[in-house]
Write a protein that binds this ligand. Structure first.
Ligand code: PMV
Length: 323
């Protein structure tokens, strides 16, 4: 199991009932999509791994079930969050807790911050209402929150967050839970996540691509199919420990995402800089559009200072071979 997955599993530890511990808490990890974003919306597979970064939800006893203040949100974001929270609070019988959130994930960068939040809050509320936060219950509730944030998400983000393990994910039909296969990691590697800059919301980027795909279905259908095949090939490569093949699949996937119109000059520049710095492969991750993050695969953590000239803010996450 990789370090991220271990951290995620720690997060999966059910929060104790309020009468046994004054401040129950639950964790939802972020995720990074290695292959297959956007195509996954159209039923093709995607490969994603959890991060050790994520969102922690803490509850303190209160007169009613409420979500504490979040200083960094705009008014529309706050309204969206309140609506999402209300759906989960009402489904869990509104346990009397004031929930505060803390996050180590950059928000709206394609690293699954909203899904991590949904998973952390769902786990906490399920546990506080005396229901065991099993993965299927967490998934069902977190999906309701994700729908409030993103409309019709494929489900890959909150599914990886709830399982806390590398997954090959496929969405079966809109509104239903996706099919998952846990993926083994065959070789140690380092993921470098470069934060390129703010971007428009996932829903907007997905909707713009959907309009193009509806207008030219065969052309975009071919692209999505190729992305799905890359996700399958990359998964086999990861399980075999063939990092060169996985990196190549990521490079080709970036080309297809650019062809689909969801990259940007800044994302392409970051991808290029990371490849020049020795990445086996690099691509945009998540919805992309006009910003967001790039993921790059390295055999070993890049030597300190190697990436400084890129001017990019970077995070790293280790992939550890499955025991
Ligand atoms: O919200 P993001 O940037 O993590 O993107 C999620 C991945 C997409 O495939 C673009 C959307 C989806 O619902 O799967």
């Amino acid at each position: 199991m990789n370090s991220a997955a271990r951290a995620a599993r720690r997060g999966a530890t059910p929060a104790r009932a309020p009468h046994r511990r004054a401040e129950p808490e639950a964790f939802g990890p972020g995720k990074v999509i290695l292959l297959g974003e956007h195509a996954v919306v159209y039923g093709h597979p995607a490969l994603a791994v959890p991060l050790s970064l994520g969102v922690t939800a803490r509850g303190t006893p209160a007169a009613r079930c409420e979500l504490g203040g979040l200083p960094d949100l705009t008014a529309p974001q706050r309204r969206m969050l309140d609506a999402a929270f209300d759906a989960v609070a009402s489904a869990t019988g509104r346990p009397p807790l004031r929930i505060s959130l803390s996050s180590t994930l950059p928000v709206s960068m394609g690293l699954g911050s909203s899904a991590a939040l949904a998973v952390a809050v769902s786990r906490l509320l399920l546990d506080a209402s005396g229901k065991r936060p099993t993965p299927s219950k967490v998934l069902a509730l977190a999906l309701r929150m994700e729908q409030a944030f993103h409309g019709t998400p494929s489900g890959v983000d909150h599914t990886v967050s709830a399982h806390g393990a590398p997954l090959l994910y496929r969405r079966p039909a809109p509104g239903r839970q996706g099919r998952v296969r846990q993926v083994r990691i065959g070789a140690r590697a380092t993921l470098v996540l470069a934060l390129v800059g703010p971007r428009r919301g996932t829903q907007e980027t997905v909707a713009a691509l959907r309009r193009r795909a509806a207008r030219w279905p065969e052309r975009y259908g071919r692209l999505f199919q190729q992305m799905g095949r890359l996700a399958l090939e990359g998964t086999a490569a990861l399980e075999d420990g063939d990092l060169e093949s996985l990196g190549d699949a990521m490079n080709v996937n970036h080309g297809l995402l650019a062809a689909a119109g969801v990259s940007s000059p800044a994302l392409d520049t970051a991808v290029d800089a990371l490849r020049r710095a020795g990445a086996l492969g690099a691509k945009l991750t998540g919805a992309g559009g006009d910003g967001g993050a790039v993921v790059a695969l390295f055999r070993k953590p890049p030597v300190a200072g190697t990436l400084e000239h890129t001017g990019l803010g970077v995070l790293t996450s280790e992939l550890e071979p499955t025991a």
